[in-house]
Design a protein around this ligand. Structure first.
Ligand code: 6AU
Length: 271
C-alpha cells in the first residue's frame, strides 16, 4: 500500500492536492512552521483586529464567528483580509451551515455578512444531505473557496459519530473539488496515495484544562496531531483568553510550538 499522508510533510501533500485553497494552506504551514489555527471568539471589532495582528505570525488559519461581533461592518473584513495578506494566513468563517442548498446559497453569498466574499474556508453540517454542498459550491467554487464538513464534534454527547461520520466522508469523496477536509477529532479516512488527501482541522484543544461547564472537551496538541493523526489544531480561549496582549503572544507561541513539535514527531523529523 502507498504511504499514508500521515507521514508526509505538508509540502509533499501540497504538491498532490488539486484544490488551490488547500494547496496554499499546506504550503504556508511548512513555510511559517505552524499548524495552529486560533478561534478569535471575541465580540468587538477593534479587539478582533488587534488580536489578529498579534497572532498573525503564529497561525496558519484565523477562525471567526462573524455573527457574534456586535459592531460588525464590512471594514472589519477588509482589515482582516489585509492582515491575512500581511501575515500570510487563511480566513475561516466557522458558519456551520445546516440548511437546504437553496437557503445556504443565500446565507453564504448575501445577507449582512457576505461570507463568500472574504472567507477562504467555511464549514457545513452534512445533516441536510448533499444539496448543502451543491448550494455552497455554486457560490464558492468560482471564488476559489473551500469547504470543511463537520464529521465529528468536540462536545460531550455529540450525535456526529459512527455511521453519520462515515457517511460524511463518502459525501466529501464525491465533492473533492470543493470539500478539502473535515472538522473532526480523528483521521478517519486515509489509505495513502490512492486516496483523497483530506485535511483534518480539530477543535477542543487545551493545555491547561480538560473542558468547560457547557460540554466542551479538550485534548492536547500531541493527542490531536500524533495519536489521532489530525492536521491543524484549533485553539480559542486557550490563546485569546489571556490577561493581556503579551500573554496572548506567549500562549500563541506555546500552542504553535506544541502543535509543530507533534507534527515533526509524526513525520519522524523530531531531533
Ligand atoms: O478553544 P475553545 O473551546 O475556546 O473554542 C473552540 C472553537 C469555537 C467552537 O465554535 C469551535 O472551535 N468548534 C468547532 C468548529 C471549529 O467547527 C467544532 C467543534 O466540534 N467544537 C468546537 O469547539 O469557536
Amino acid at each position: 500500500m502507498a504511504p499514508s499522508f500521515l507521514t508526509q510533510t505538508y509540502t509533499e501533500r501540497a504538491k498532490v492536492n488539486n484544490n488551490a485553497c488547500a494547496k496554499k494552506l499546506l504550503e504556508l504551514m511548512d513555510k511559517k512552521k505552524t499548524n495552529l489555527s486560533v478561534a478569535i471568539d471575541v465580540t468587538k471589532k477593534a479587539d478582533i483586529i488587534r488580536i489578529a495582528d498579534i497572532l498573525g505570525p503564529y497561525i496558519c488559519v484565523l477562525k471567526t464567528h462573524i455573527d457574534i461581533v456586535e459592531d460588525f461592518d464590512m471594514e472589519l473584513v477588509e482589515t482582516l483580509k489585509k492582515l491575512a495578506e500581511k501575515h500570510e494566513f487563511l480566513i475561516f468563517e466557522d458558519r456551520k451551515f445546516a440548511d437546504i442548498g437553496n437557503t445556504v446559497k443565500h446565507q453564504y453569498e448575501g445577507g449582512v455578512y457576505k461570507i463568500a466574499s472574504w472567507s477562504d474556508i467555511t464549514n457545513a453540517h452534512p445533516i441536510p444531505g448533499e444539496g448543502i454542498i451543491k448550494g455552497l459550491k455554486e457560490v464558492g467554487l468560482p471564488l476559489n473557496r473551500a469547504l470543511l464538513l463537520l464529521a465529528e464534534m468536540s462536545s460531550k454527547g455529540s450525535l456526529a459519530k459512527g455511521q453519520y461520520t462515515l457517511d460524511t466522508i463518502e459525501m466529501a469523496k464525491r465533492n473533492t473539488d470543493f470539500v478539502i477536509g473535515f472538522i473532526g477529532q480523528n483521521r478517519i479516512y486515509d489509505n495513502g496515495d490512492d486516496s483523497q488527501d483530506f485535511l483534518y482541522l480539530t477543535p477542543g484543544v487545551g493545555l491547561e484544562t480538560k473542558g468547560d461547564s457547557l460540554g466542551q472537551q479538550y485534548r492536547t496538541p500531541h493527542q490531536v496531531i500524533v495519536e489521532s493523526g489530525c492536521d491543524i489544531i484549533i485553539v480559542g480561549r486557550g490563546v485569546y483568553g489571556a490577561k493581556d496582549d503579551a500573554e496572548i503572544k506567549e500562549r500563541a507561541e506555546k500552542y504553535r510550538k506544541a502543535g509543530w513539535d507533534a507534527y515533526l514527531e509524526r513525520i519522524g523529523q523530531n531531533q
